[in-house]
Design a protein around this ligand. Sequence first.
Ligand code: SF4
Ligand code: SF4
Length: 248
Amino acid sequence: MRIDAAKCVGCGQCRPFCTMGSIHFRRSEKGTKVHCYVDEEECVDCGICFRSKVCPADALYQIVHGWPRSIRGTFSNPLAEHKETRVPGRGTEEMKTNDITNRFKRGYAGMAAEMGRPGTGARLRDAEKVFKALAKLGVEFEPNNPLTGLLANKQTGEMNPEVLSEKVLSAIIEMVFPLEMVIPVLDTMEKAAREIDTVFSIDLVARVDEDLSVPTAKIMEKYGRWFSFNGKTNLGLGRLQVKGAYVS
Ligand code: SF4
Ligand code: SF4
């Protein structure tokens, strides 16, 4: 995103809309006028300032960026589409509707690490640190996830070096592993959290058992780990793929 300094009247109305706090005031060279500019190194190209339509001077304008800068917008702007996967947004869909889709089968857990939030964002070099730590455990990264698409080596977790300095609003690492790996994976994530310069939250997903108990909850309780139950109801999903699924 950029601001046309000649048009900008320095009203500052766009600043509260910036998800990264990357719009700042400055004086013109002659010192006669105050206008705003975008710190493009910190901007994630989410487009929210532009789409808010608050600018009275039509001074904000979007740039069509080439590779690798282009991935900032595809991860951060909900209206953008990933060329690699055709999946919009930060990760794949339907992870949280697993009891309908059966993506993670009995005996396995799915996990999503949602990296970055408004105000912090996430540099992809931090995503690579998490990828590398998880790869050592042998987890399987979701092949249709847009972040997986940026891996140069799925066995080592190395990402394409061209993207490491890019910053996104948020991106999701998705993976699957056997239930007995839940605690080692959580331990690895806790260690990785100390080595990165952003925040992440973890979603842990598993099929509900025949007795309606949740296998991942039992593991978390057994090892004294904090968790909270979250459910998701997709009305009209209409693609029941699980024999014996529990649907209300
Ligand atoms: S595109 Fe997003 S991050 Fe960039 S200046 Fe606008 S609101 Fe801020
Ligand atoms: S809203 Fe428009 S005119 Fe006001 S500071 Fe932002 S870019 Fe400049």
